[in-house]
Design a protein. Structure first.
Length: 335
């Protein structure tokens, strides 16, 4: 059952990457990611015993048992290594956008030839190519690690590729030791490891989409009270025909509406009569939140206070104000 679930999740990741290509320019790297994740999904699907047996039954009885399913699996991992190598090549400074397409053609050609040689001659050769590709991918991935959304996705993808490389080495060692092939339906210790590797690659490929969606959900939850308060006070900031098709767009729209309402509340205040905003983001957010709750009070702020401080994004600034406002929720609000 877990094999079916793994295949389903990886196919979902492949579908998400296809959707990203459809809404953004289909660059060489983005197309390669789609191909790589689809290859992992194919390998995960053929790993399901029922699928493997069904494939092997397509061939005449005289053909070596398991040849077709094994061939599809090793071919899929060669395609994965080739496509991901194209993405890895794009990360190197010596590779420009102009010559990336030429490099991609050469890598894909080499991968196609490796598939043919593996099917005609020896699957072991195919696993050697997979190991070589994984070494290049992991080396490039380690050079690109950082604590950003993209960096975390690369880390997951690189970790999954590392596991695949190790498993490919074990495949080669098993071939040279002349071990008997395990028939489909007889699980081994390596099956769960292959599943984990496939899921890591799939998660790394869609990590940016997942994290941005999650951040948008968190932002919407945090700014909801502030948004409701300001929209009720300044309903004109919401366009009647404004509809958000995704969570990220909805969060961006609500942040923009909050900022518009804050600027409207600041009005035409004489700038000379108001002191400069403090450099501390926390102190500034506390004063702005107090001003939002009591717009007719003694505290008067202008557009300089409303603008996001240097070093923080507009969304982060709105969340900081909303956090202070939520902490003082027991204080009555004045419209």
């Amino acid at each position: 059952m877990t094999l079916w679930l793994t295949a389903l999740l990886v196919w979902m990741a492949a579908g998400a990457r296809v959707g990203r290509v459809l809404v953004k320019p289909a660059t060489t790297a983005r197309a390669a990611i789609v191909l790589a994740v689809a290859a992992v999904a194919l390998a995960a699907t053929v790993a399901v015993p029922e699928i493997a047996v069904a494939l092997d039954n397509l061939l005449p009885g005289g053909v070596h048992a398991g040849w077709l399913s094994d061939g599809v699996v090793v071919s899929a991992w060669i395609v994965f290594a080739s496509a991901t190598s194209v993405v890895a090549a794009a990360a190197w400074p010596v590779v420009s956008r102009r010559n990336l397409r030429q490099i991609a053609v050469m890598i894909y050609t080499a991968g196609f030839l490796a598939v043919v040689v593996s099917l005609v001659w020896s699957f072991t050769f195919g696993w050697v190519i997979v190991v070589a590709g994984c070494v290049f991918i992991v080396t490039t991935g380690l050079r690109s690690l950082d604590w950003t959304t993209l960096g975390r996705g690369i880390a997951l993808y690189t970790l999954g590729t590392t596991v695949i490389g190790v498993l490919a080495v074990l495949k080669i060692e098993r071939a040279f030791s002349h071990a008997v092939r395990v028939a489909p339906g007889n699980p081994t210790w390596a099956w769960p490891v292959w599943e984990v590797a496939a899921l890591l690659v799939a998660l790394g490929a869609v990590w940016i989409v997942v994290e941005l969606w999650w951040r948008a959900r968190v932002a919407l939850r945090r700014i909801r009270p502030l948004h409701r308060l300001l929209v009720a006070r300044f309903p004109e900031v919401v366009a009647h025909d404004q509809t958000s098709s995704s969570t990220q767009l909805k969060a961006s729209d609500q942040v923009a509406q909050i900022m518009d309402a804050l600027y409207l509340q600041s009005g035409s205040v004489v700038v000379a009569a108001i002191p400069e905003p403090p450099s501390s983001v926390t102190e500034r957010a506390e004063l702005v939140a107090q001003w939002v709750r009591h717009p007719l009070g003694e505290l008067v702020l202008d557009a300089r206070w409303v603008a996001a401080p240097q070093g923080i994004s507009t969304r982060g600034w709105v969340q900081a104000i909303a956090q202070v406002l939520a902490a003082n929720a027991s204080v009555p609000v004045r419209n």
